[in-house]
Design a protein around this ligand. Structure first.
Ligand code: ADP
Ligand code: ZN
Ligand code: ZN
Length: 732
């Protein structure tokens, strides 16, 4: 008797047994194929994990599967294994992990067949006057084909509003034809442009990488901003391509910009696919298949691209490896960076983790020799490191949060014909609206947080639960008209800068100002004209951008991070400060960074600025060691939330007691808590957490598996929403 054991997308952390579907040939079934199977009152698509002969369930009760969807598994064996490993490591249901690693169309049961991409073009003799004037749809379609002489896919036609069903009509009339997209053959030159000649440090890095290119090895490329890390990536990829292999490049969420993609396209004359969020499901599947078949040579994507299969894996590169967007914060809480290291080991290929401000985890691994530590300490080309200065604003007169020395400097840089970047990590007009007469503050009803005041468009907006409401005309508590915005966000600083520097354009860059399609593109266009201007914005400005004309970076409010209650607060703040500072003076002109602060003598801040990131990291690692915090111990967070106050916390308390009574707690694993989360109430839910940690990963994970099993059986657990976060990015 053969039984199919499937991972189906369900919240339960277990596999489900089925009888083979009618007519299915067991001998030809391979683990990893998709199987359609009944689940409750509907059908789901699961992944065949194994074929067994026994089941812990009554065989008479097992249902037959409905349909086997593949002959060959969509995921190559390595990725099948990697996905299973990740589900297990992050304590996530396997079926759902597979769901997330597959493109949407495959999840929905579409065939997983690689078809050479079919494009349409007009025939040589076709012209518009061959179509009747009243057949406007056909004319529009032909027009589209005329605009795309190199061919256009059906998907792209639909995206441009064309009607693909008319293609057949045009084809019958001899006006349109389809053809297979041709990919450049191997022997053509892979490069569009010559590589830069490397400086000494870059050369050393590349030499080390090339010496280890055909096996598993992890490199931490720690290179100050503007040191030419990207050039090292590009030349590593070049080497990989010469060997007929593929490269997978992961970038942070806000790093996958047209500029990033064009940098790769400018260098390489090979098929490159970018897995960005604007792709249709069909385009995404096509890109995925091109990677799996080895047609796409370079795959660039954000977090989830780590699950993209490659026919000939050659190298994985994680740019800005410290970036928190590599860790998924809900559902399947995986770290793409950590999976990438595991993947590189499975596929026996090198992996490069690059950053100017590496995560302390990676620094720790580099220091203890587990990663090769490559360093670029100098800026590449002609640029020099920016001069960093703290502006002590204690007892200073501030105009809308801006000190006089700062505005004086801004003036100087603008008048010299340069651009200035003003950073503050808060969007909106002001973070609080308060009543001058009675002290009332506009709070979110659903969160322990103030509402942010926005002026464009006018509203109160909670940045934690997205709740929005209109701005009251009078104080809801005392009817006074004296409602005052307190503190500054980007909108307010933008306004202040406009008043101070009326002769220069002020460009605001934050999530609000870049919502419209192409907004970022237009902003970049304006900045790239090189004319003097002021850029004001949030961390969207901090990452990856290359603004050659920016010579002054002003940092307004990075202080608060120095006193974060999260143990990673200091690390994140240091990274942010250096990343923002790194936008200054990236070209021929020297750069300057001015940071306003109330804590100009903060020792950590001084170490960071005077001695650099490595020195800061070593100090911070020392603190972590003393406090037994990661990376010196391993953490997991059990979070719970419930609509009633106290419910989540008492649930976790009872759970802890129960586990201690049942002696389920292995040696060397410790608990802290439960205690209310940092923001106890969010989106109407009251939240609490239990921190679980231990030196030994095995014991910790053993406990976590038991805990999940226990929680899934537990009736009380159904009254709360719980989740487990392994290696959490924050403890909020
Ligand atoms: P990073 O990624 O380390 O911040 P980039 O790769 O963006 O730095 O490089 C910064 C600038 O230096 C870019 O304009 C790049 O073209 C230039 N650059 C990099 N390497 C060299 C080199 N060897 N010679 C000259 N210019 C270089
Ligand atoms: Zn009032
Ligand atoms: Zn809220």
């Amino acid at each position: 008797m053969s039984i199919l054991r499937l991972a189906v997308p369900s919240p339960l952390r277990r596999l489900f047994d089925y009888l083979p579907s009618e007519g299915c040939n067991i001998d030809e079934l391979k683990p990893g194929v998709r199987v359609r199977a009944p689940f409750g009152n509907r059908d789901l698509i699961g992944i065949l994990i194994e074929i067994t002969e026994t089941s812990e369930f009554d065989l008479n009760k097992l249902k037959p599967a409905k349909e086997i969807l593949d002959t060959e598994p969509p995921l190559p064996q390595h990725l099948f294994k990697i996905t299973r490993w990740a589900a297990n490591y992050y304590q996530h249901p396997e079926g759902d992990a597979f769901q997330q690693s597959l493109p949407v169309l495959l999840r929905k049961g579409h065939p997983c067949e690689y078809q050479h991409e079919i494009l349409w073009r007009k025939t040589a003799s076709a012209s518009l006057d061959q179509i009747k004037a009243n057949a406007s749809r056909q004319r529009e379609l032909l027009n589209l084909l005329i605009e795309h002489p190199n061919g256009i896919s059906e998907d792209a036609i639909r995206a441009e509003g064309g009607q693909t069903q008319n293609l057949k009509t045009l084809e019958a009339k001899g006006l349109a034809e389809s053809f297979h997209r041709e990919h450049p053959a191997h022997h053509v030159d892979m490069l569009h442009e010559a590589p830069l000649s490397l400086n000494k440090e870059q050369h050393e890095c590349l030499k080390k990488i090339n010496a280890n290119i055909n096996k598993f090895s992890v490199f931490l490329l720690e290179g100050v901003t503007g040191s030419g890390k990207t050039e090292v990536y590009l030349q590593t990829i070049e080497k990989t391509l010469t060997e007929g292999k593929q490269a997978l490049v992961l970038v942070p969420e806000i790093g996958l910009t047209p500029q990033t993609i064009s940098r790769f396209k400018k260098r390489f004359n090979v098929p490159i696919v970018a897995l960005h969020s604007n792709l249709t499901d069909r385009q995404r599947l096509d890109a995925w298949l091109q990677a799996r078949e080895g047609v796409a040579k370079i795959i660039i994507g954000t977090r989830s691209a780590i699950f993209t299969p490659m026919a000939n894996p050659g190298v994985v590169i994680i740019d800005e490896e410290h970036d928190t967007s590599f860790k998924q914060q809900d559902g399947f809480r995986y770290s793409a960076r950590d999976i990438a290291v595991y993947r590189a080991k499975e596929e026996q290929i090198p992996i490069i983790l690059g950053s100017a401000t590496p995560s302390l985890e990676s620094m720790h691994n580099a220091i203890n020799g587990r990663f090769y530590w490559l360093k670029l300490t100098q800026r590449a080309g002609n640029s020099t490191p920016p001069k960093f200065q703290l502006l002590d604003i204690r007892q200073q007169n501030l105009y809308e949060g801006l000190s006089e020395p700062l505005t004086g400097s801004i003036k100087k840089h603008l008048e010299a014909g340069n651009q200035v970047l003003v950073f503050l990590n808060r969007r909106g007009y002001s973070p609080t609206l308060t009543c001058h007469d009675c002290g009332w503050i506009a709070d979110c009803e659903r969160c322990d947080a103030h509402m942010t005041l926005h002026r464009s468009p006018p509203r109160l907006h909670c940045h934690h639960c997205d709740h929005q409401q209109s701005i009251p005309a009078t104080c809801p508590s005392c009817n006074s008209h004296q409602l005052k915005p307190v503190g500054a966000g980007t909108e307010r600083t933008e306004q202040a800068l406009q008043q101070l520097f009326p002769d220069f354009p002020v460009i605001r860059v934050d999530r609000d100002s870049t919502q419209k399609k192409n907004a970022m593109h237009e902003i970049m266009h304006q900045v790239n004209t090189g004319k003097p201007c002021l850029l004001v914005g949030t961390q969207m400005l901090a990452k990856g951008h290359h603004f050659p004309k920016v010579t002054l970076v002003a940092i307004l409010n990075a202080d608060s991070g120095l006193f974060s209650s999260d143990f990673r607060g200091m690390e994140r703040t240091a990274q942010l400060i250096l990343q923002v500072a790194g936008r200054a003076g990236r070209s021929d002109q020297p750069g300057e960074v001015l940071m306003q602060t109330y804590h100009a003598d903060h020792p950590t801040l001084l170490t960071l600025i005077e001695n650099g990131y490595s020195a800061f990291a070593q100090e911070e690692l020392h603190n972590r060691r003393i406090a037994t915090l990661p990376p010196y111990t391993h953490y997991a967070l059990l979070r719970a939330e419930a609509p009633h106050q106290g419910r989540a916390e008492s649930f976790l308390g009872a759970l802890r007691q129960q586990l201690e009574d049942d002696l389920l707690l292995p040696e060397h694993v410790h608990w802290i808590g439960p205690f209310p989360s940092n923001m106890e109430k969010r989106a109407g839910m009251h939240r609490a957490q239990l921190m679980i940690y231990g030196q030994n990963r095995k014991s910790l994970h053993h406990l976590l598996s038991n805990l999940c099993w226990y929680l899934e059986q537990n009736k009380e657990a159904r009254k709360v929403r719980w989740s487990i976060d392994v290696d959490p990015a924050d403890t909020f």
